[in-house]
Design a binder for this molecule. Structure first.
Ligand code: GLC
Length: 639
């Protein structure tokens, strides 16, 4: 062995030289860590002391940050360096995400690894794996994975932490990033902290909100809106063994964490860094507006939430600067935008474009693009660095969070309008081909949200059931058009797994007692791999949808007009059924035009000119107007 070492001259083969290299490398990295820490230390300490006033706990946090950095693999540190140099890597127009449940998609984490070729075939380079950390075995107490029992253990039926780290490695080799949920507002009542709190251990009780004063409970109930008014009403859950109630804003088995306790903050940050070190690239901070509670307020988006997110951003930037924080802020736009922070003090890198999503479906039901134009124009008016995650459907319901003040000016009132939308998408309105179910219908306020897959909402389910070719053609056209519209926006587009093959609603959850109460399972069905095989069957629904999306994704990747920095506007066109997005990059201007109506429309270009149709490639053509069939779209470029 030693003879072999001695005889080898290159550092690559010589273990001593390798060790020296590693030392040089690690001291270079330590210097980088210390430099990043120095950059953020004062602000981090200031915010920490302001919130907690506890210097010892701050010192512990910094020690742990150093330890997590030291434990970060060489590959991940190299990726950090590469990404730091590249800047906002997640804004590249070639980015395309997919959101999926591991079990529905491929059974296990290893199963996902085996399917990476398929995902690459879908042009996906960002994979959001829905919650996979350990949750109670009883699914009716897991909220689809959002009731975490152990932040450092994978649900055994899905695999292990090693499987996850291995998947991350394989993904990185292919240029695919991984996103995971970090459920920081609450833990499952089976989490060790909750179990010890339930046993009366004061140290652990202080990590949650215990209350025995009925007046306090009443006041919370009065001031704080309900998250699940029908499926889980109330904000507290009574624990007879303690004679006290514990705060549970979501389900009764999800105990809200008390971030007033610095131990909670520190430990949750260690969990975050631990998960980042498994190779996670994007950390989705679940339900972040809820994490700070203050009696007498509505307990949403309080200033302390922003302090915490800002600290988390700095902690990430110091330890693992390659990662991205994605905030889940399902709120009105005025509440969402502050989570970007300011250019000097940024918070989240990316946020869900939730109002645009809800307004899109409103537009589908109303065939009137006026509200959507306003919404898109407002988004276009924000600084370019603000990156949104765009989507048509995700794992949650669609809450009808629309701009009701504007709708009221046009004669539409909130309660009847929500009823209209819900009726339309359930297929109860004449002419509607959508299928789906209500979610958390509140008999008191008349409020309800909606669940279904994109394909079912576009009429693919109904057309398949009726066996009607013309209905299917129209439904597919609508589905593809909505994806084209998604890809026409700046930001990161995310496809919901199954949408690439137009998978329809899954009603089997009704027969599963662990799921039956939660209609979100209607769009959380198992991926039907026989439909994936049908992609290759000429003219099948899957062939038509999959290849159409593939074509659009390839165009987006190739054309600079789709750059995040393209100057983007909504054209004020006279026909309210037409949505017109204009993107300018360099000399090129893209006219992305969408017909949100059941009739064909003639569209007039701003002037007679030479246009290139991006969809057909082909030669440029001179024209002044063109025909756009119902629910169709066009992508024309001019110079
Ligand atoms: C988020 C998730 C949702 C979950 C809730 C509670 O809003 O998207 O699915 O029920 O958080 O964790």
């Amino acid at each position: 062995m030693s003879a072999k070492c001695a005889s080898s001259s290159t550092a690559k083969e010589n273990p001593l030289a390798q060790a020296a290299d590693r030392m040089r490398q690690s001291s270079r990295e330590d210097v980088a860590f210390e430099a990043r820490l120095a950059r953020h230390h004062d602000e981090l300490r200031w915010l920490y002391m302001e919130l907690y006033g506890n210097g010892d706990m701050f010192a512990e946090l910094v020690d742990q940050m150093r330890a997590f950095h030291a434990a970060r693999s060489e590959q991940l540190r190299a990726l950090d360096e590469q990404r730091e140099a590249a800047g906002a890597w997640y804004r590249d127009r070639a980015m395309l995400g997919m959101q999926m449940y591991i079990d529905n998609f491929a059974g296990t984490i290893r199963g996902v690894e085996d399917k990476l070729d398929y995902l690459e075939g879908c042009n996906v380079n960002y994979l959001h794996l829905m919650p996979f950390l350990d949750t109670p075995a009883d699914r009716s107490r897991s909220d689809g994975g959002y009731a975490v029992k152990d932040f450092r253990r994978v649900k055994p039926e899905l695999g292990t932490m090693d499987d996850l780290a291995h998947l991350a490695e394989k993904c990185h080799e292919r240029g695919i990033s991984l996103c995971m949920d970090f459920v920081m507002n609450h833990t499952s009542d089976e989490h060790e902290w909750a179990r010890r709190a339930r046993a009366g251990e004061g140290e652990y009780m202080s990590r949650y909100f215990f209350e025995s004063n009925p007046q306090v409970i009443e006041q919370y109930t009065r001031d704080v809106p309900q998250v699940f008014p029908t499926t889980a009403p109330g904000h507290y859950t009574y624990l007879p063994e303690l004679g006290q109630s514990v705060m549970t804003q979501f389900y009764p088995y999800q105990w809200d964490l008390n971030y007033r306790n610095p131990r909670v903050f520190n430990e949750m940050m260690y969990n975050f860094l631990y998960l980042a070190n498994q190779g996670m690239d994007i950390i989705r901070i679940d339900a972040v507006p809820y994490i700070w509670k203050q009696l007498g307020t509505n307990c949403r988006n309080l200033p302390q939430v922003h302090t915490i997110v800002r600290m988390m951003r700095m902690i990430g930037e110091v330890v693992c600067p390659g990662i991205v924080l994605l905030g889940e802020v399902v709120m009105a736009p005025v509440e969402v935008v502050p989570y970007f922070g300011t250019p000097e003090k940024p918070e989240c890198h990316m946020l869900y474009n939730v109002t645009t999503m809800a307004t899109t479906w409103h537009t589908v039901a109303c065939r009137d693009t006026r509200l959507l134009r306003r919404q898109l124009e407002a988004v276009c008016g924000l600084p370019h660095e603000y990156t949104f995650l765009n989507y048509l459907r995700c794992h949650d319901d669609i809450g009808w969070g629309l701009d009701y003040d504007t709708l009221a000016e046009w004669g539409m009132q909130e309660v009847p309008h929500k009823k209209y939308l819900n009726d339309y998408f359930q297929g109860l309105t004449p002419g509607s081909t959508s299928r789906g179910e209500l979610y958390n219908a509140d008999p008191i306020t008349g409020d309800a949200r909606f669940c279904a897959t994109t394909a079912s909402m576009c009429g693919i389910e109904a057309a398949g059931f009726e066996g009607s070719e013309p209905a299917m053609d129209l439904a597919i056209r609508k589905d593809v058009m909505l994806h084209a519209y998604l890809l026409s926006q700046s930001g990161l587009p995310i496809i919901y797994s199954g949408d690439e093959i137009a998978q329809v609603n899954d009603y089997s959850y009704h027969d599963d007692p662990e799921k039956a109460d939660d209609s979100r399972y209607i769009h959380r069905g198992r991926l039907d791999w026989s439909l994936v095989s049908a992609i290759d069957e000429k003219s099948s629904v899957q062939d038509r949808v999959f290849h159409a999306l593939e074509h659009l994704e390839e165009i987006r990747r190739a054309e600079p007009v789709f750059d995040a920095d393209a100057e983007t506007h909504v054209v004020d066109y006279s026909d309210p059924a037409i949505l017109w997005i204009r993107r300018r990059s360099g000399k090129d201007t893209l006219h992305a035009v969408f017909n949100f109506s059941d009739e064909p429309r003639t569209v007039w270009m701003p002037e007679r000119g030479l246009y290139k149709n991006l969809l057909t490639g082909g030669r440029r053509r001179t024209f002044e107007n063109f025909e756009l069939p119902a629910w169709d779209f066009a992508w024309y470029v001019t110079w």
